[in-house]
Ligand binder design. Structure first.
Ligand SMILES: Cc1ncc(C[n+]2csc(CCOP(=O)(O)OP(=O)(O)O)c2C)c(N)n1
Length: 726
């Protein structure tokens, strides 16, 4: 018979229950703020549902009526500089935090609404209605509310999708030593998604001051919490990750307040993340003004029992018991909150017709639709640009990979905001290829080896970039891992600036390497350019020489947008000239380079395929003009250079190495044809790999990718079409 030891998690896990004594001891001003905030939020949500019922809210309105206690109870112990984010159901958290921000002295029953709170209610309602005066200029609506100044990082329509971003804010707090914290709010449904679980692990491993605040309202749409998990006591997740956790009754806002104070203490003293699970109930269905019972997944009796535990009534009763207020005060508070919402709505609605309608002049202009997908690049106004042919200093021959490590060492030495993170970047003499060589020795607190959690760590990078105090450089060991992190890469990082109104920056650099030819097979060898170029928000650079790498990396690190920097392993050991004494110059984003002049055909390419194209054209003696695109995103394509060449050659060959399905050339070919159709003597010709991802077998891998033979074929095709075959 084996022997067994009973094992126990290290993490504390406690339920906090208030007593009469706690209610008697609670600060009167705090109770005033609690009650006023909850009433303002309740009246706000009721107005939103009323307007939704009138068809004035475009899209869902996920009300939090019934859940106010969790939001307000947790926000009141916060400082203005603590930050929060949340999910699709977040009006209450947004308002709790912003009301607290505009009324730092507390909210008072004697005057519950003042100019600032009225302004806030109207601006929030305007956002939910999709109007120009809203916090995100009407782009975010109900599910994407952001007011950075007040500490609201942005709420999120992807369940759990905002959680890694909050870890970024928490990392910035920890690194800056402010003692501030970040709170990420999400529901019981979100507890089971990867971004949440990955972030719990990462935040605990890195001791981030991040509170995972679970609003357990028992339902994810109609799915009951214990149908979705075998451990329905959701704060038990803390046991798995060594995170101290509290469970409280969220219908008791004082319990939430006290638990939050305790959690705050843990986080502010540097002991890492916390979990608070609050049991709450949404009085209505998932969204809209019907009760959940109308959809058959819960009973009217259950709803009645929870409504009898309304957090607004509990706080009012306790305050009346303490003679802090009387019943008339509560009536008057409710009335004033409703009046405030009438007034806010009246400012936005035209009541002159048969039905209320939004005032026409309040909508955003249609021209605003694609504005600020990326920033305006004004940060480059005084940039020090230097192309290789104009550089006057001394050069030395350096390997590409040494330029990669060299420029990052230089930038980190110059700019304390830069933080490098990724798997193994801190070991193996600079990660798996030497790209981060020297960084962990010189900057141990800014070169971070991550757990294998692409979604969490690139999302953390996104939150860090958006926070603005630091500039993350994230490495994906192989590009295909972007699929693992697709939500953070494409839904969160790429869309954040535009979705939240256009003003926020996202200065994140994502490095990755194409490794076609290395035998790593179907799941490691893609070229990510095609997929990233379909994602608004990203800028993409793909340098083909060490000199350009330094200049483009410097530009990427200077840019206020997310920039994907693509490297290629074939280039790592290639040598090229790099300035001996200057690693500070920039190469402009959006500038292509003609590497070989010619009149017969314009070859458009990037990375290693530029060199292969040059070699083949030279070998065959084709009069090809070879252009190194360098910047690949829609905004970065240098149409001046490309156009001038096409007008001269009237023929285009796009050369890329990777698969046709995820091909970058698809976008480029389409654009070229639409812009220059009249100048083309033949359809745009293309060189690319096969349909399948490259296999491990050397022969099949070579067959899946394009190389010199395929480029030769392409050039022959172009010339044959011209009636002068080689
Ligand atoms: C990744 C993802 N899956 C599904 C949805 C659709 N959806 C929106 S809200 C929701 C339920 C979320 O439940 P929970 O996390 O408990 O939050 P609650 O709605 O109860 O506040 C679902 C399935 C989504 N928005 N994102």
């Amino acid at each position: 018979m084996p022997r067994f030891n009973t094992l126990k998690s290290e993490a504390a896990w406690r339920e906090l229950i208030t007593t009469d004594k706690d209610w008697k001891a609670a600060d009167a001003n705090m109770l005033h703020s609690l009650l006023v905030s909850m009433h303002l939020i309740r009246a706000f949500e009721e107005k939103v549902l009323e307007l939704a019922g009138q068809g004035l809210v475009h899209g869902p309105a996920h009300s939090a009526i019934g859940q106010e206690g969790g939001a307000v109870g947790s926000v009141l112990p916060m400082r203005a500089s603590d930050q929060v984010n949340g999910s699709h159901r977040a009006h209450h958290q947004f308002l709790a935090k912003t009301l607290h921000y505009v009324s730092p002295e507390g909210l008072d029953l004697a005057a519950p609404v003042n100019e600032k709170t009225q302004w806030l209610l109207q601006k929030t309602l305007a956002e939910i209605l999709g109007l120009d005066q809203g916090f995100c200029r009407g782009r975010g609506g109900s599910m994407h509310l952001r007011w950075a100044e007040a500490g609201v990082l942005g709420t999120n329509a992807i369940v759990g999708g905002g959680v890694p971003f909050a870890a970024g804010a928490a990392w910035a707090h920890r690194q800056a030593g402010t003692g501030d914290t970040a709170f990420t709010y999400f529901g019981d449904g979100a507890v089971n998604i990867g971004s949440v679980l990955e972030t719990m692990n990462l935040a605990a491993a890195w001791k981030l001051p991040l509170c995972f605040f679970i609003e357990n309202n028992r339902y994810a749409v109609s799915t009951v919490v214990d149908e979705a998990t075998a451990e329905a006591r959701l704060s038990a997740r803390g046991q798995a990750f060594n995170i101290p956790s509290w469970k409280v009754d969220g219908m008791d806002p004082l319990a939430v307040y006290l638990a939050t104070q305790e959690a705050m203490e843990v986080m502010r003293r540097g002991d890492g993340p916390t979990i608070i699970e609050v049991d709450v109930y949404r009085f209505y269905h998932q969204n809209g003004p019907m009760p959940g019972s109308a959809f058959g997944y819960r009973s009217k009796d259950e709803e009645k029992a929870w409504r009898e535990r309304d957090p607004l009534d509990l706080v009012a009763t306790k305050m009346i018991e303490r003679k802090l207020i009387d019943k008339d005060d509560v009536q008057s508070l409710r009335h004033q909150a409703q009046q405030a919402m009438e007034k806010a709505a009246a400012e936005l609605l035209d009541m002159s017709g048969k039905k209320p309608a939004i005032h026409d002049h309040l909508w955003p202009s249609r021209d605003f639709v694609d504005a600020l997908v990326r920033g305006d690049l004004s940060e480059f106004d005084d940039a020090h640009y230097a192309e290789q042919e104009h550089f006057s200093g001394k050069f030395e021959e350096r390997k590409f990979i040494d330029a990669v490590a060299g420029v990052m060492n230089r930038r980190m030495e110059q700019d304390e905001r830069i933080v490098v993170m990724g798997e193994d970047v801190h070991r193996l003499k600079g990660g798996t290829n030497g790209a981060t060589r020297g960084l962990s020795e010189r900057f141990p607190d800014r070169c971070l080896g991550t757990p294998i959690s692409e979604n969490a760590f690139v999302g953390l990078g996104g939150g860090l970039a958006m926070d603005g105090r630091y500039r993350p450089v994230v490495e994906f060991m192989y590009p295909d891992f972007m699929w693992v992190a697709a939500d953070q890469v494409f839904n969160q990082i790429a869309k954040a600036r535009h979705m939240f109104g256009g003003d926020g920056s996202m200065p994140l650099v994502l490095r990755t390497k194409i490794a076609m030819g290395s035998g790593y097979g179907s799941q490691h060898l893609m070229d990510p350019a095609g997929i990233f170029s379909t994602s608004p928000g990203w800028r993409i650079v793909a340098p083909s020489t060490p000199y350009d790498y330094v200049g483009l990396m410097n530009a990427a690190l200077h840019c206020e947008d997310p920039v994907l920097v693509i490297e290629h392993i074939d280039l790592y050991n290639v040598k090229g000239p790099v300035p001996t004494d200057d690693l500070d110059y920039l190469i402009p984003l959006g500038k292509a380079k003609v590497l070989r002049e010619g009149k017969a055909v314009t070859v458009l390419s990037y990375l290693n395929m530029v060199h292969q194209s040059l070699e083949v054209a030279e070998r065959l003696g084709v009069d090809a003009e070879v252009i190194d695109l360098r910047s690949l995103d829609r905004d970065g394509l240098d149409w001046e250079t490309i156009g001038a060449s096409i007008m001269k050659t009237n023929n285009v060959l796009i050369v890329e190495q990777g698969s046709v399905g995820t091909s970058y050339g698809t976008l480029l070919g389409d654009e070229v044809q639409r812009r220059f159709f009249d100048y083309l003597d033949q359809p745009v010709q293309r060189v690319h790999g096969g349909e399948a991802s490259p296999s491990i077998s050397k022969v099949l891998e070579r067959a899946a990718c394009a190389g010199p033979e395929e480029i030769e074929d392409g050039l022959r095709r172009v010339l044959a079409e011209q009636g002068r075959p080689l």
